[in-house]
Design a protein around this ligand. Structure first.
Ligand SMILES: *[C@@H]1O[C@H](CO)[C@@H](O)[C@H](O)[C@H]1NC(C)=O
Ligand SMILES: *[C@@H]1O[C@H](CO)[C@@H](O)[C@H](O)[C@H]1NC(C)=O
Ligand SMILES: *[C@@H]1O[C@H](CO)[C@@H](O)[C@H](O)[C@H]1NC(C)=O
Ligand SMILES: *[C@@H]1O[C@H](CO)[C@@H](O)[C@H](O)[C@H]1NC(C)=O
Length: 360
């Protein structure tokens, strides 16, 4: 191809990318205003977003395929839409590679009319390693570039439920929190490293979850940078045996240095859980220590399972903590996994899950 044609085709591409796909061109404008309380939703694709409670949503992190219709709609509701950012850390130790990656993301945000980026780097990192410093620099440089190129844009970073090297994620949490707009604290998968008995337990036990916020706050991380992430999913564990007291022993599946893990179970959506609890052996049970619901069921092969999950009753004290501590807001993984059908029971359960985000 000649120089001229190459130039022409890239110009055409650039122009086409910049055309606003919304019905009204003003819907492509970036969202700049800050709202007092964040409701941060991860969306994994499809059209479930049409049924979200948009009077609450402030940010949608799009982990599915780019959906211009979602962008236009969110903007019409004053909500931000942000990109997903994920890159193997070994690649961005190199400054040129890091800068190139950031530039690519800023350009993508511009061409898709997005309002920021959510950095979802869940890799293990050793303290003091080249990756450790590169990660801190990545967050800082990404935030600077987005704020410079897209004024009012939001850069968020996903952290584990506790800052104590969970899953060997030994990051510089303090520096990362300082340089980005907010941390989405993934207050779930809290059984990823089981050190005691290999038994099924709650995805996000109440006191363990809240104590971990005190750990973040003790690092002098600004409370207004913390968004509490709720699980809208649970874990289904096949029981190696189920004791008379109802303890479900699980297979030993090691993870990042721990002998057992929630990897022995399968993640299940709240939608699935609400159907399965009705055909369970036990019906909904409540664990008073972990403050979480669970149930037992038998599958078609006769295998007993125990399912641990969150519902409005377990979510509401967490949401109350968010307001009483004055945190930045709340969110969930992920918005898609409720039952958004027209069925009356499903509608009510779904509305209650959304409303639980605002507290009891
Ligand atoms: C730069 O990034 C690419 C992937 O985008 C990777 O293959 C390459 O190894 C990286 N280079 C360095 C020096 O890290
Ligand atoms: C259940 O399995 C666990 C782990 O294999 C074992 O320690 C325990 O004794 C078993 N309990 C019963 C009642 O079989
Ligand atoms: C589950 O059972 C309850 C109580 O019997 C009933 O009200 C509800 O409709 C059922 N839910 C589903 C999803 O079938
Ligand atoms: C959506 O959330 C608002 C609170 O912001 C609540 O008043 C309203 O009832 C919710 N809508 C539905 C359908 O539940």
């Amino acid at each position: 191809m000649s120089w001229f044609l190459l130039l022409l085709s890239s110009t055409v591409l650039a122009c086409r990318a910049a055309v606003c796909p919304c019905e009204r061109p003003e819907l492509c404008l970036h969202i700049r205003q800050e709202r007092d309380f964040e409701v941060f939703v991860f969306d994994v694709g499809g059209k479930a977003w049409k049924s979200y409670n948009w009077s609450m949503v402030t940010t949608v992190a799009t982990f599915g395929k780019y959906d211009p219709e979602l962008m236009c709609y969110a903007h019409s509701k004053g909500a931000r839409v942000v990109l997903k950012g994920d890159i193997p850390l070994s690649y961005i130790v190199d400054q040129d590679n890091r800068t190139a990656w950031i530039t690519e993301k800023v350009n993508l945000a511009k061409s898709q009319f997005m309002d920021g980026i959510n950095l979802d780097i869940e890799q293990s990192v050793e303290e003091g390693s080249p990756e450790y410093y590169a990660l801190t620099d990545l967050v800082k440089e990404t935030t600077e570039a987005f704020h410079r190129e897209l004024p009012g844009s939001q850069v968020s970073f996903d952290v584990a439920w506790s800052p104590k090297c969970i899953d060997k994620r030994c990051y510089d949490y303090v520096a990362i929190a300082e340089s980005c707009d907010l941390l989405f604290v993934m207050s779930y998968d809290e059984q990823s490293q089981i050190m005691g008995d290999c038994i099924a337990m709650a995805n996000a036990p109440l006191s363990q979850t809240l104590n971990a916020y005190d750990q973040y706050l003790n690092l002098r991380i600004d409370r207004k940078k913390l968004v509490m992430g709720m699980p809208w999913y649970g874990y289904d564990y096949p029981c190696v045996n189920l004791t008379q007291e109802g303890t479900c022993y699980i297979a030993k599946v090691p993870f990042r240095g721990a002998p057992c893990s929630d990897a022995a179970g399968k993640q299940k959506t709240y939608k699935w859980i609400m159907k399965q609890v009705n055909v369970s052996l036990s019906g909904r049970l409540w664990d008073n220590e972990q403050r979480a619901p669970y149930f037992n069921y038998k599958d078609e092969q006769g295998q007993i399972h125990q399912v641990w999950y969150d519902d409005p009753e377990s979510i509401c004290p967490k949401a109350d903590y968010v307001t009483s501590k004055g945190l930045r807001g709340i969110g969930m993984w992920n918005g898609n996994i409720l039952d958004y059908s027209d069925e009356p029971v499903a509608r009510q359960q779904t509305a209650m899950m959304w409303n639980a985000l605002l507290g009891c």
